[in-house]
Ligand binder design. Structure first.
Ligand code: ADP
Ligand code: MG
Length: 232
């Protein structure tokens, strides 16, 4: 298994109150698959994804990604893991406003080690003609395309997308989901995506339903649907 999480726990403590955000989480994803974490707001989706991506740490349990136990890495090793192997896409794009599209992609570390380059990933997201534009000159969907290009330019082992269409309209959402499927096919990138939209889960190979910090259902989807055919 490419991602192998078991008995993962995470709590946040504030004063005397313990908020158990993840309770004995177990989940698996194979290399090259698309996984979707589905759940309502506050169920622990982002916390789980952030631990898998090395942004945060679990309290106990195992989190193995491509054979490496993330919880055993020291802080420097965890930073290297996150920077070299993980691509992140967030709901609000997080582009640097005073850098051009090309510069936003270029400032990513480890680009020199990657077989990909800025022009190639811009073409992959159909944004090659916007290389010298600034984020404020782009629509939301275009900014998300750039953030996907930025995430994939280092050729990450794993692409983590936290509600990538959460701020986009219906048609733009479908085009972004289609793009993520294309990236998965073209580069073989394993993708784990968070959504609270059950319809979107149809494009995933595996679907994990999260409720109150627990996986209440883990389903293998044998009949994945092309993103452009998903309706909601
Ligand atoms: P989701 O992404 O499913 O909306 P989150 O993982 O963001 O859920 O949050 C799950 C719970 O953990 C929420 O109750 C939230 O308030 C709490 N939480 C998340 N991050 C922190 C933090 N850094 N400190 C304290 N509590 C947090
Ligand atoms: Mg979240």
């Amino acid at each position: 298994m490419f991602i192998d999480v078991s008995s993962l726990k995470k709590s946040y403590i504030s004063g005397a109150v313990v908020n158990e955000v993840l309770k004995e989480i177990g989940m698996e994803l194979d290399e090259g698959e698309i996984g979707v974490i589905l759940g309502p707001s506050g169920s622990g989706k982002s916390t789980l994804m952030n631990i898998i991506g090395g942004i945060d740490r679990g309290d106990s349990g195992r989190v193995i990604v491509d054979g490496v136990e993330i919880n055993n890495l020291n802080n420097d090793q965890l930073t290297d893991y996150r920077r070299e192997q993980i691509g992140f896409v967030f709901q609000f794009y997080n582009l640097v406003p005073n850098l051009t599209v090309g510069e936003n992609i270029e400032v990513v570390s480890n680009i020199s080690k990657s077989p990909l380059n800025v022009d190639e990933v811009l073409a992959a997201v159909q944004m090659q003609d916007k290389k010298h534009r600034f984020p404020r000159e782009l629509s939301g969907g275009e900014q998300q395309r750039v953030s996907i290009a930025r995430a994939i330019v280092k050729n990450p082992k794993l692409l983590l997308c936290d509600e990538p269409t959460g701020a986009l309209d219906y048609q733009t959402s479908r085009s972004i989901l289609k793009l993520l499927q294309q990236v998965n096919k073209k580069y073989g990138t394993t993708i784990l995506m968070i959504t609270h939209n059950a319809a979107i889960a149809a494009m995933a190979n595996r679907i994990f339903k999260l409720r109150n910090g627990e996986i209440v259902e883990a389903a293998l989807n044998q009949a994945t649907v092309p993103a452009e055919r998903i309706e909601w």
